[in-house]
Design a binder for this molecule. Sequence first.
Ligand code: SF4
Length: 360
Amino acid sequence: MDITIPQRKDVIKGIKDQGGVVAAVLPIHYSRALLRSFNIYPVEVWGPPKVDESLGGTHLQAYVCSIVHNALSFLKMGGLDIANLILIPHTCDSLQGLASMLMDLINPEQAIIPLYLPRGQREEDVVFLADELRSLYTRFSDFTGKNPTSDDLLAAIKREEMSDLLLTKLYGNRQKIGLNNIDFYRLVRLREFLPAEQFSALAEKALQTTAEPQPGIPIILSGILPEPMEVLNMIDEINGLVVADDLACCGRRLYKPGTSLEPFRRMAESIVYAPPDPTRGNTIEERIKHLAAMAQNSGAKGVIFYEVKFCEPELFDLPNLRAGLKEHGLASIIIEVDINNPLPRQVATRIGAFLEMLAS
Ligand code: SF4
């Protein structure tokens, strides 16, 4: 497939050259449309991997995950200097702790803006999040001096909904567009920093490609993110094929459009009714049902829980989640990684043995 994957630094330069404001956004859920209606471009920060984590280590306990360690280290080494503000969703205790530390102790030059997320899918959760997004509107308005109208907001929402729809189509057609594991994730993870209109153009191009399905033992990848991304090459090399995922950076953000015509409520609905995610308070039963249906639809034979070390929201669910999946005939394995470290060869051995077991 003839698609050039844009580099993050070039995308950021393009935004800045056009007078856009850059927001560094930490994981996981927020409304891209709200930011874009203020000409603020979200560039997500999932770590990044492989930075000198000692800079963050002077402020954080050793048992805080490497996503938070790296984000703080990256900020301290100047990696976020390009950002005008930093948006930190209250995804977990570690990210909430990071937001407090930045606001109370470190005081970086960028504005630190937290976003509180509800933990459920009830009507009051939608109302709560819509109110939170209204508060963010005021913060962004103070920050930029802009006051986008409801029509401006709805136009931004529609643009993001189109990108989300195309992202979902890429997932539905992943076996037909001829990409191996790593190239597929390089493409879909562009949603983390590429403006929606540019992502949509690339996704449409990819969807025009037709290729023979890739061979391999079909599996689901679950967890926060596929980093270090070498893991995807490793899975290719040992004849595994990721046919679906339950990753926080990817499959858990296949947002459906909201239904309300009121922009804040519509943005809130889209996030609250997203696929199950332990950080948004979905129950283990909901996750089992979701993963079992995913396996049935994709033909996956097992689940690799590829987890960031010390990620409490993920690790707490695993014993009951795995037991429930086993009752649905789905085997699983847990791999824990620190996104700073090279992938140990032992990971290939364990995944290889798991795939062999699934194939037998
Ligand atoms: S990896 Fe887990 S603990 Fe770390 S920031 Fe993400 S959700 Fe929070």
